[in-house]
Design a protein around this ligand. Structure first.
Ligand code: NAD
Length: 498
């Protein structure tokens, strides 16, 4: 099927999902007057509308999750596990369609991004299905006559809020552990990536009991209503620092637990002994240029030893130029479009700062697509900025676009210091053949996820979460499920006759 016929097939799907939310296991039509118009960013054409949920709809979603909670939380863990495993299998059977919807809605390239993401969420549900029996407490030595133990119990109705950049993966990272631990969920996706979520949750609800997973749509105002809703007993949030701060404040006034996965300005340190070609390849992957740099862990500060800086820049540009920017649905495309006009304008704002600063050098790669149907699309050429200092605004603010900075150093301790000189602490990497330097960096880099001689490797079993303004708490791993989706109860049993 060519991409234009694919677009008409996908348009039918997004229009069928338009103005719908998911309550009590079903897609429900809303007659909302207030809607969010969803634009395909690669073609700049309308593909559907989302309701901005009202308080009545929020109440209905929270109530649906509340009513489903007693039966779901009391379901024996092996049965919950079996259902989540079936969900994983059902998703695995539908990855092609789900990946196409992600690309159609977000502009991410099908081959390099959306298909990888759709496959990963099946893995995440499989992984958590296997952990249902691991939500366990411990016994505490105290008195031989008093058995002292802890239980891990589900929290209740969880409010999950996610952004647009990897919508299915971030949904799975929250929903899978929340459900496996016995909670029910009200999910609020980003308005820029809700159709892929509605479609996936609809598929999941063909297996799950009604009401345990509900979806409300809308913008920040809907997110605020979700956080403040009295039935919501915990918030798990992924998004920007600014929104995360507002979520944290609102949750504080309710005194409910919060997990925050926020932004980043992640460094990769390239030492003078690092091999040029593999390091350049890892920089391209690390910066997620195939996702137009729209990644929380994007390696947007490359701290490179000045002896090899020019070789690294040349090699990165040469490799980038071999990638094809184009129609996200076309299987020969490596790089798609930016998500939205809002994000496009934000990136251009930072590019304008770079253009006006005569001390900086901007190196562009790739060509913009030439196809007629993409002529209005939100495409931007990847770029590297050199002759820049770590203190520059472009090295300190999260751009969330295809712009990375190359910062030179000649003193290793200074490189580590610069790497840590940021409000963020999400991820970091180092490339070197010197084990002493690698270990020193692993200890001293102030970030939650550090990799040596590789960068964008992630599996759901690895605790993931940032330090400093990059967030609070962890996602992924069995430990994160227990810590963030259960509450701990201590029980003392007097075994003597009373
Ligand atoms: P955003 O903060 O604008 O929105 C994220 C979600 O929160 C959306 O669903 C939005 O509608 C909702 N929201 C916004 N304000 C809210 C409020 N006051 N109360 C409740 N909900 C609110 O972020 P975005 O532009 O969608 O996503 C990009 C950001 O997400 C970047 O900063 C990126 O680094 C971050 N991110 C972090 C991770 C991570 O794991 N740390 C992963 C992906 C993206």
């Amino acid at each position: 099927m060519n991409t234009l016929s694919m677009q008409s097939k996908l348009l039918e799907i997004t229009q069928a999902l338009s103005k719908k939310i998911i309550l009590n296991g079903k897609l429900i039509d809303t007659s909302r007057k207030q809607t969010y118009v969803v634009i395909n960013p690669a073609t700049l054409t309308e593909i559907g509308q989302l309701p901005i949920c009202t308080i009545e709809e929020m109440n209905a979603a929270a109530n649906s999750a509340k009513l489903a909670y007693p039966a779901w939380s009391k379901l024996p863990a092996p049965k919950r596990s079996a259902l989540i495993r079936q969900v994983a299998q059902h998703i695995a059977e539908n990855v092609t369609l789900l990946a196409e919807i992600i690309s159609f809605e977000t502009g991410k390239a099908y081959k390099t991004e959306s298909l990888v993401e759709a496959n990963l969420i099946a893995d995440i549900f499989h992984y958590y299905a296997g952990l249902a029996l691991e939500s366990k407490g411990e016994t505490i030595p105290y008195d031989p006559d008093i058995l002292t133990l802890t239980l891990r119990e589900p929290i209740g109705v969880i409010g999950a809020i996610i952004p647009w950049n990897v919508p299915l993966m971030l949904m799975a990272m929250k929903v899978a552990p929340a459900l496996v631990a016995g909670n029910t969920v009200v999910l609020k996706p980003s308005p820029e990536a809700s159709f892929c979520i509605l479609k996936t949750v609809d598929l999941m609800n063909q297996i799950l009991p009604p009401g345990i997973l509900n979806v409300v749509t809308g913008d920040a105002s809907t997110g605020k209503e979700l956080v403040t809703h009295p039935e919501i007993k915990k918030i798990t949030f992924t998004g920007s620092v600014e929104s995360g701060r507002a979520v944290y404040q609102a949750a504080a006034s309710k005194i409910i637990p919060v997990t925050l996965e926020l932004g980043g300005k992640s460094p990769i340190i390239i030492c003078e002994d690092a091999p040029i070609e593999p390091s350049a390849q890892r920089i391209i992957e690390g910066m997620r240029f195939t996702r137009q740099g729209q990644s929380c862990t994007a390696a947007s500060r490359i701290l490179v030893h000045k002896k090899i800086s020019k070789q690294i820049v040349d090699s990165v540009l040469e490799k980038l130029n071999k990638l094809k920017m184009g129609d996200p649905l076309d299987e020969s495309t490596d790089i798609g479009s930016i998500i939205s006009q809002r994000q496009f304008d934000k990136i251009n704002y930072f590019l304008d700062i770079a253009k006006k600063d005569a001390s900086l050098t901007i190196h562009y790669a790739n060509d913009l697509p030439k196809e007629a149907h993409l002529k209005n699309g939100l495409f931007l050429r990847p770029c590297l900025i050199t002759d820049i200092k770590n203190t520059h605004e472009l090295c300190q603010k999260e751009i969330f676009g295809p712009v990375t900075t190359i910062i030179e150093w000649d003193n290793f301790d200074e490189a580590i210091k610069m790497a840590n000189d940021t409000e963020f602490g999400l991820a970091a990497g180092i490339f070197t053949q010197d084990i002493t330097r690698a270990l020193q960096a692993a200890h001293e880099l102030d970030a939650g996820f550090v990799q040596i001689n590789q960068y964008q490797v992630f599996r759901p079993s690895m605790p993931f979460g940032g330090f400093k303004h990059s967030g609070i708490g962890k996602e992924a791993s069995c430990k994160a499920m227990i810590e963030h989706f259960t509450k701990e109860k201590t029980i003392l049993i007097n075994m003597k006759k009373v």
